[in-house]
Write a protein that binds this ligand. Structure first.
Ligand SMILES: C[S@@+](CC[C@H](N)C(=O)[O-])C[C@H]1O[C@@H](n2cnc3c(N)ncnc32)[C@H](O)[C@@H]1O
Length: 255
């Protein structure tokens, strides 16, 4: 592995920063053309302890490099001194996964999010709950290196794509807003599209217009809102419990 070949691949790949990101990406089927470690034996020992299922794959993938080479490849050294490049899934493949009906688990939509850390945390949540995908609208790139870092390599466990509101996947659109009806009374279907507003201004007018149902998370009156990622966590948890009553038809909850 030369620095030149890394740099050539880096232009079209996703940086997996640290052992855990590499472990997750490999586990969820990412194509990893190159992976490096400052201490290969230590990385494999970590795999044996924490991820024996991917130990042999990492043994094949990892090349030991001097610390000076490793630090020249990554913007911020990771405590595990492991890094890799993974091939980003194609937009066509992601769109296909997002559009497929019937769907076994919801799609999460972040409507014009601003905070890269929130987006990473939401992708990690979506992976944990087995959500079909995470879609962002607006300018934030959900494959930005900081989002990938926050997602701990779990972008490969779900379909992550940026779309416009008219391009959102099919399925009943449940938009989360403190002014909506109490989510606890509503059973979220597996084909739901669950939308959350931006950190600063909430749901956009375009998304509100498109929404079939407006739902709220329980909250004391003097608190104005929850953090975006924690709202996604509560909503996915509610979906996973399968509780509440099914809803039929557009706008049934409103007015
Ligand atoms: C930080 S909040 C946005 C706050 C923003 N100032 C507003 O006016 O809505 C980000 C998103 O989290 C979700 N959210 C936060 N608290 C919620 C609640 N109590 N019920 C439903 N959704 C909530 C909503 O989707 C909201 O748009």
């Amino acid at each position: 592995m030369t620095v030149t070949s890394w740099n050539r691949l880096a232009a079209t790949s996703v940086l997996l920063d640290g052992f855990h990101a590499l472990k997750h990406a490999v586990r969820f089927g990412a194509e990893v053309p190159v992976a490096v470690a400052v201490d290969r034996a230590a990385a494999l020992a970590l795999a044996e302890e924490l991820a024996p299922d991917v130990r042999d794959t990492l043994d094949e993938l990892l090349t030991e490099v001097p610390e000076s080479t490793y630090t020249s490849l990554v913007p911020r050294p990771h405590p595990t001194a492991v890094a890799a490049l993974a091939v980003r899934p194609s937009r066509a493949a992601n769109l296909d996964r997002l559009a497929r009906i019937p769907r076994a688990a919801p799609v999460v939509v972040l409507d014009q999010p601003r905070n890269l850390g929130n987006a990473g945390a939401v992708i990690r949540l979506a992976a944990g709950f087995g959500a079909t995908g995470v879609v962002t609208t607006g300018t934030l790139d959900p494959w930005h290196p900081t989002v990938v870092r926050g997602g701990a390599g779990l972008h490969f466990a779900t379909a992550v794509e940026r779309l416009t509101v008219p391009e959102l996947p099919p399925g009943p659109l449940y938009a989360l807003d403190p002014e909506g009806d109490d989510i606890r009374g509503v059973k979220l279907p597996d084909d739901a599209v669950l939308a959350f507003g931006s950190e600063r201004s909430g749901l956009s007018a375009e998304l509100r217009t498109r929404a079939d149902h407006l739902l709220s998370l329980p909250m004391r009156p003097q608190v104005s809102s929850y953090n975006l990622a924690t709202s996604v966590a509560m909503t996915l948890y509610h979906w996973s419990t399968g509780t509440g009553a099914p809803l039929q038809g557009r706008g049934e909850l409103r007015d």
